[in-house]
Design a protein around this ligand. Structure first.
Ligand code: SF4
Ligand code: MG
Length: 320
C-alpha cells in the first residue's frame, strides 16, 4: 500500500563514548595525589574500548581511593571498610555481563579486608582490582597501615612504625587460584595505563598494585623511587606490558620476565619487598584458572516458575 515500507528495521545512530561520558563528580583528592592519574587512566581505557558506562560498575570500600566511584559516570558502590571485594563478587555473580572495577587501599584491602582479599583471589571472578598503595591510612589522617615502611612516623606510631611491612605482591602470589598480579606506579602514566589495560584484558581477578603518591602524609615514601628510576625493574617480554621505546628508556634496569613462571614471579616480588629492584609490569598471569562466575551464572536465565518448581522438588525430598 502507498506509504507503507516493507522493511521496518530501525537504524539507530551508533553510540560513541568520549572521555566526558565517564567523568563523574569533580575529584576532591589533594593536589598531586596519585589517585588522579589512576582515574584518568581508567577513563581512557573505557573510552578506548568503548565500554558502555551503563555496563560498568566501580566498587570501593573506605579510604581516599575509595572515593573513586563518585568520580566515574558509571554505576558505583561505595561500600563499607574492607568490603569492596565481597560486594564486587556479588555483583559479578548475578550480573556476569558487567565490567567490574574495584578501587581499594592498603588499609582497606590488606588489613580489615584481608580475609575477603584471600577468598576473592581464590574465587577469581572477572574484575580489575586496583590496590592504591600509599603506605598509610590517608582519609583518617596518617595512621600506620599494613604496608607502611618500618620507621614511618605516624599518628599511631609517633616514634616510627615497629613492624616490617606486608608485601601485597608476595601475599597475592601465595594465594590459591591467583591468576593475574602486576605492579605499576602512578607517576608514570604510560606504564600505569598499559598495565591497567592488560589487567582489563585478562579474564579472572586482575590484581594491580599501584604505588601511589600521597604528598600530604607519605611524600617521602616513594620520593627515592621517583627520583632514581634505577631502583625500579621494568619487566618486559612478549607477554608483558608493552610501552613505547621512549618510555622504556626511562628505566635503566630492565629484565625479560615470562609471567607464566610463578617461581620467577615470587622471586621478583621477594626482591622488590626488600626495596631492591622494585618490579613494574606483569609478574604473573594464568588465564586457565577457574572463575567462580562460571558456576554461579548457571541457571541465571531460568524463569520464576521453573525456579519455584525446582525448589518444590528439592523440598519434597524431605517430606515425611
Ligand atoms: Fe591523596 Fe593522600 Fe590526600 Fe588522600 S591524603 S587524597 S591519598 S594525597
Ligand atoms: Mg592507604
Amino acid at each position: 500500500m502507498f506509504g507503507l515500507k516493507s522493511d521496518w528495521s530501525l537504524e539507530l545512530p551508533e553510540r560513541y563514548f568520549t572521555l566526558e561520558d565517564y567523568e563523574g563528580g569533580v575529584a576532591r583528592w589533594c593536589p598531586g595525589c596519585g589517585d588522579l592519574a589512576v582515574l584518568t587512566a581508567v577513563q581512557k581505557i573505557l573510552r578506548d574500548e568503548q565500554q558502555p558506562p551503563e555496563k560498568t560498575v566501580c566498587v570501593s570500600g573506605i579510604g581516599c581511593s575509595s572515593r573513586f566511584p563518585h568520580y566515574m559516570h558509571t554505576y558505583g558502590f561505595h561500600g563499607l571498610h574492607g568490603r569492596a571485594l565481597p560486594v564486587a563478587c556479588g555483583v559479578k555473580s548475578r550480573r556476569p555481563d558487567l565490567d567490574v572495577w574495584v578501587a581499594t587501599g592498603d588499609g582497606d584491602c590488606c588489613s580489615i579486608g584481608a580475609g575477603h582479599w584471600i577468598h576473592a583471589t581464590r574465587y577469581n571472578m572477572d574484575m580489575v582490582v586496583m590496590l592504591f598503595d600509599n603506605a598509610v591510612y590517608g582519609l583518617t589522617k596518617k595512621q600506620t597501615s599494613p604496608t607502611s615502611p618500618r620507621g614511618l612516623k605516624t599518628n599511631t606510631h609517633p616514634m616510627g612504625s615497629w613492624l616490617p611491612p606486608l608485601d601485597p605482591l608476595c601475599a597475592m602470589l601465595g594465594f590459591t587460584n591467583v591468576s593475574f598480579v602486576a605492579q605499576t606506579v602512578d607517576w608514570n602514566p604510560v606504564h600505569l595505563h598499559a598495565t591497567l589495560r592488560e589487567a582489563h584484558k585478562h579474564r579472572g581477578m586482575s590484581f594491580v598494585r599501584i604505588l601511589q603518591r600521597c604528598p600530604t602524609y607519605t611524600a617521602a615514601v616513594f620520593e627515592e623511587l621517583q627520583r632514581d628510576p634505577s631502583r625500579l625493574l621494568l619487566l618486559k617480554g612478549d607477554d608483558n606490558v608493552a610501552v613505547d621505546p621512549a618510555v622504556m628508556k626511562i628505566f635503566p634496569n630492565q629484565a625479560e620476565h615470562d609471567p607464566s613462571d610463578i617461581g620467577a614471579a615470587r622471586a621478583l616480588a621477594e626482591t622488590g619487598s626488600q626495596g631492591e629492584k622494585v618490579p613494574v609490569g606483569i609478574l604473573f598471569r594464568d588465564a586457565s584458572r577457574p572463575c567462580y562466575e562460571d558456576f554461579t551464572m548457571q541457571g541465571l536465565g531460568i524463569s520464576a516458575e521453573d525456579k519455584l518448581a525446582g525448589l518444590k522438588r528439592e523440598l519434597d525430598k524431605f517430606a515425611v
